[in-house]
Design a protein around this ligand. Structure first.
Ligand code: AP5
Ligand code: MG
Length: 214
């Protein structure tokens, strides 16, 4: 089963993707994570995209489609793929459709996670991530444990993202509404769109997604 988690910054795509990986043996393909990995590795592409990401704008379709193509060619997802933060433009959506056809695979569900903008600001400015395993924390809803050890891997290398500030978030939201939200109509027209309320507790959102995926 291949699915897209579609939603604005802070909607909870990464949080739910990690749960699905754990419980359904799926593979999370987050273009945001891939781009941050490229930055951390010091590659030319990583250097090229650093400012764009920190500002909150989208990187080029060419770069992200290339990253996804590479991962799909590598294969290896028994339970299927979770596309997290990809596609984000109509060109990326078309490219994904073509890539899946080439592989003889299909897109089974597009899950839109809806949340209001006020909640997003609060969520994003309170987020931190384990730099070792990627576990996502939140100062308000899922704080880092008192012993400062990651609940998933035991590491203590917590990070805040360079684009998790109010200014970059405004740009990210604008990019979402201008370039990504047309995908809601695109997948609705294809009969593939289903929506969940992303404002509930993590467990409630998980249950809503499970009822769609079956
Ligand atoms: P990316 O990394 O994809 O960021 P994003 O889309 O802005 O989304 P986030 O990762 O910020 O949010 P999320 O929905 O994963 O929420 P999370 O689960 O962490 O992209 C970053 C940048 O890379 C882009 O701006 C762009 O520059 C570039 N990029 C990436 N993909 C691209 C593409 N395809 N094309 C072009 N450019 C691309 O949750 C957020 C917080 O809320 C956490 O603290 C979490 O603990 C908390 N939380 C989650 N769920 C709940 C809940 N139900 N209740 C309470 N708190 C919750
Ligand atoms: Mg994310």
């Amino acid at each position: 089963m291949n699915i897209i988690l579609l939603g604005p910054p802070g909607a909870g795509k990464g949080t739910q993707a990690r749960i699905l990986v754990e419980e359904r043996d799926m593979v999370q393909l987050s273009t945001g994570d891939m781009l941050r990995d490229a930055q951390a590795s010091g590659s030319e592409m990583g250097k090229l995209v650093a400012d764009v990401i920190a500002r909150g704008d989208l990187v080029t379709d060419e770069i992200v489609i290339g990253l996804i193509r590479e991962k799909l060619n590598a294969g290896g997802a028994a339970g299927g793929y979770i596309f997290d933060g990809f596609p984000r433009t109509l060109a990326q959506a078309d490219a994904l459709g073509e890539l899946l056809i080439e592989m003889g695979q299909s897109l089974d569900h597009v899950v839109e996670m809806s949340v209001d903008d006020q909640a997003l600001v609060a969520r994003i400015t309170a987020r931190s991530t384990c730099g070792d395993c990627g576990e996502v924390y939140n100062d308000n809803t899922k704080p880092i444990p008192a012993d400062e050890k990651c609940t998933n891997c035991g590491g203590s290398n917590f990070k805040r993202r360079a684009d998790d500030n109010e200014d970059s978030l405004k740009t990210r939201l604008l990019a979402y509404y201008k370039q990504t939200s047309p995908l809601i109509g695109y997948y609705y027209a294809k009969g593939q769109l289903q929506s969940v309320d992303g404002l509930g507790e993590i467990e409630d959102v998980k249950a809503s997604i499970a009822s769609i995926l079956g």
